[in-house]
Design a protein around this ligand. Structure first.
Ligand code: AMP
Ligand code: MG
Length: 386
């Protein structure tokens, strides 16, 4: 399909994230029912939605995102009663997880029912389903009156969008309507768990921490593809793609067991100096832990321009004009939830600034830190362990 054939006028509709106007939801629901695409906020990231039961509408999602056809979509529902038409059966353990985590950032992979189009599941016998914890998402699905297939509302390979502006950057002219409900809260995508076998398997870390799952479900296995083992056929097809990648090469500093923020900071500063030396006259992005910012600022003071930026501040047209260090605070090392909420916006901001490279300080892989490190590893060109 040529670009010109896919271009559609994109409308933006502001909605209150807590009390969305019923008229706005009805209008967006009608677009979905008529086979169109609507981008909307969830508690994780913005989604690009289509009627999950309409194969033609579902194909539009893949075209708009440039998404490979073998990467399945998550189907969003407004209530557990909608599961009946989507899945063949719900094992006891799945109900336990639903009772505890829905609505919320947990996607369950279940055996699919016959009426779910193959395009949604990329031909798999299973389907991923979740009930989001966001009034706009729930109101939209209810207004549409159909389950809504929705991957993240970014062009394939770009960081997931956490604001309506990010969606516009990527999908202007490719989506009919964007519901702008402000920035999303969690900031990383849902946790994906396969519950078709005797033991649940974590396929993608996300908004519900693995520790919380284990507290409720007991044993939860981790997919070998997640812990770096080469697998021929990853269970979660999306995990094989270099997702979330910013345009600039990213160097990730990964703390090993026992390594604290200060070791991470030291290694990050060395990496920044190397990147600056390799790109004279350009800026290098530094995603820094809150506790390391003072030392970086001090180290730079005598020798280099050092700027601390906020990801929601506009970048100058044509990119960041001065060489040196362009730092963005990732959040405190002990609060990975805060890091998760800022991560994708920071990566997008560095791209808009046109930095030569990005150095990212990592966190411990516990709680939401597991999802943060998973996304950073996928975005990284190189990983340095300290
Ligand atoms: P996105 O909505 O862009 O966050 O991507 C959805 C991801 O959920 C996919 O890339 C897969 O990793 C996972 N997923 C969705 N459906 C299934 C399924 N039936 N089996 C395994 N993983 C799935
Ligand atoms: Mg995605």
């Amino acid at each position: 399909m040529r670009e010109a054939e896919t271009a559609v006028p994109t409308r933006l509709l502001r909605v209150d994230p807590v009390r969305p106007a019923p008229e706005a939801l009805a209008e967006a629901g009608a677009v979905l029912r008529q086979g169109g695409l609507v981008a909307f906020p969830t508690e994780t990231v913005y989604g690009l939605g289509a009627n999950a039961l309409d194969p033609v509408a579902v194909r539009k999602i893949f075209a708009a995102k440039g998404r490979p056809g073998d990467n399945p979509l998550i189907v969003h529902v407004a209530g557990r009663e909608s599961l009946a038409g989507l899945v063949a059966s719900v094992p006891e353990l799945a109900w336990t997880l639903i009772d505890r985590f829905w609505p919320g950032p947990l996607t369950l992979v279940l055996l699919k029912a016959g009426q779910v189009p193959d395009g949604v599941t990329a031909g798999l016998p299973t389907v991923g389903v979740r009930m989001p914890a966001h009034r706009v998402a729930l109101g939209l699905i209810a207004a549409a009156g159909v389950p809504v297939a929705a991957p993240s509302a970014n062009r394939s390979g770009r960081p997931s969008p956490t604001t309506a502006d990010h969606v516009r950057e990527d999908l202007q002219g490719r989506v009919e309507l964007i519901l702008d409900g402000g920035p999303t809260g969690v900031g990383v995508e849902s946790t994906v768990v396969d519950v078709t076998g005797p033991v649940p398997v974590l396929l993608r870390p996300g908004g519900v921490p693995l520790e919380d799952l284990r507290r409720v479900a007991g044993e939860v296995a981790v997919d070998p593809a997640l812990v770096g083992q080469e697998v021929e056929r990853p269970k979660s097809p999306g995990m094989k793609y270099t997702h979330y990648a910013p345009q600039a090469p990213l160097v990730l500093i990964e703390p090993g067991p026992g390594a604290g923020p200060s070791q991470v900071g030291e290694a990050a500063w060395r990496a920044v100096r190397e990147q600056l030396a390799a790109a004279p006259g350009r800026a290098v992005g530094l995603l820094a832990l809150r506790e390391n910012l003072p030392r970086h600022r001090e180290a730079a003071a005598a020798v280099l321009p050092f700027t601390l930026a906020e990801p929601d501040q506009p970048t100058p047209a044509g990119g960041w004009p001065t060489p040196g260090v362009l730092a963005v605070e990732a959040g405190p090392a002990g609060d990975p939830g805060r890091v998760a909420a800022r991560l994708f916006a920071a990566l997008r901001w560095f791209d808009a600034a046109g930095v030569a490279a990005i150095v990212a300080e990592g966190v411990a892989p516990s709680g939401l830190g597991l999802a943060v490190m998973n996304r950073l590893r996928k975005a990284a060109r190189a990983v340095r362990r300290v």
